[in-house]
Design a protein around this ligand. Structure first.
Ligand SMILES: *Cc1c(COP(=O)(O)O)cnc(C)c1O
Length: 383
């Protein structure tokens, strides 16, 4: 039996050969510690980190000194949210976020709530987009931070972060965006979009797992954050720990490739997504979750009436690797908090699956997946 077709690109992606190739020398011949500035082993690693920082900064319109490397987007979100809260609580203790955020944003907010911060969780419209009319009145004199993701990991919708950045900027409130699913897939510019903090990760864009970054604005306004890891004072005091040079080189290459290939990758994935949707739509009782056009090219999230979600996934798993809702919450048997926030009924939310089409998927795989999907649904409905 051949392996199932991989259609779970929002969960993680394979490392692109071009990324792996630039990483390899930093495991072996250039193994030095980037902080060891007394010898050429350290210098080689240090200069690679410096180049990587410049590549990442350029991709988002930032300055290299505004990039702090982390272990991924979970850590970057924690550093941004808890770091701002800890550094600015004397100014205010109110934070605004959205019901459909990743748990790596919601859980730090809940933690801060337990420490006495006040968290406003904004609702979304039925298409998954944040209700901007509810955002403005939620901003208060004591609001210190707004955190809204750029692209949703379950339903792929693109939040109106440019408008949100402007609203925050006008009021002197810091704006953080979790761009784990957005970097390399949609254009991002921290200046034009008034983004003060932005979380990045490599493994959703064909880079290695275990590396990410937090952009932290230094000018107009300067954003200070309290470090969450104390140690050698790396990353301008924001995040201590020996820099993972191979991973950092991989993150930079993944972002560079993402930006370079963005237009052609998106066009190809959009065509595959439409092909998949057309074939799935031919089944009765299938509905698309999330805004039909304001979404990531590779995302398709559908609810299938009249089937049991678990049975559907079981029936499909030898043919394709897809996910029900977010992988991070799939251990718990409860409907996706994202679909719930959109007002999708529990029964339909349970019967929802997420397809994540990636850079390496091809049309024949999509046809095979669509056929397997249709026959499984028909079989379950007949049974
Ligand atoms: C995957 C993901 C994360 C977590 O990123 P890691 O690098 O795996 O910690 C956070 N937010 C979103 C939107 C994600 O998709």
């Amino acid at each position: 039996m051949s392996k199932p077709i991989y259609l779970d690109a929002h969960s993680t992606t394979p490392v692109d050969d071009r990324v792996l190739e630039v990483m390899l020398p930093f495991f072996t011949e250039h193994f030095g510690n980037p902080a060891s500035t007394t010898h050429e082993y350290g210098w080689a690693a240090e200069s690679a980190v410096k180049r990587s920082r410049a590549i990442i900064a350029a991709a988002i319109g930032a300055d290299p000194t505004e990039i702090a490397f982390t272990s991924g987007a979970t850590e970057a979100n924690n550093l941004a949210i808890k770091g701002v809260a800890e550094a600015h609580h004397s100014r205010g203790r109110h934070i605004v976020t959205v019901a459909t955020e990743h748990n790596a944003v919601l859980d730090p907010c809940r933690y801060l709530e337990s420490l006495g911060f006040e968290i406003t969780i904004l609702p979304v419209l039925s298409d998954g987009l944040v209700d901007l009319e509810k955002l403005e009145p939620a901003l208060r004199d004591d609001t210190i931070l707004v955190s809204v993701m750029a692209a949703n990991n379950e339903i792929g919708v693109l939040q109106p972060i440019t408008q949100i950045g402007q609203l925050c900027h006008d009021r002197g409130i810091f704006f953080h965006t979790d761009a784990a699913q957005a970097i390399g897939k949609i254009p991002l510019n921290v200046q034009q979009q008034n983004i003060d903090l932005m979380s990045l990760t490599a493994h959703k864009i064909y880079g290695p797992k275990g590396i990410g970054a937090l952009y932290v604005r230094r000018r107009n306004p300067r954003v200070t954050i309290a470090p969450q890891l104390h140690g050698g004072g790396h990353e301008r005091g924001m995040r201590s720990g020996t820099l993972a040079a191979p991973q950092i080189v991989g993150l930079a290459k993944a972002i560079e490739l993402g930006v370079e290939l963005m237009v052609e990758d998106n066009a190809r994935m959009l065509a595959l997504r439409d092909q998949l949707w057309q074939q799935i739509q031919a089944l009765d009782g299938v509905s698309l979750n999330g805004h039909p056009t304001q979404r990531l090219a590779g995302n398709l999230n559908v609810s299938v009436a009249g089937v049991e979600g678990n049975a559907l996934l079981m029936g499909l798993r030898s043919a394709m690797a897809i996910s029900s809702g977010s992988a991070c919450t799939s251990a718990k048997i409860e409907p996706s908090h994202v679909l719930q926030a959109m007002g999708v009924a529990d029964e339909l939310a349970f019967a929802s699956v997420r397809f994540g089409i990636g850079r390496f998927n091809i049309a024949t795989e999509i046809d095979q997946a669509a056929q397997a999907f249709a026959s499984t649904v028909n079989h379950l409905r007949a049974g």
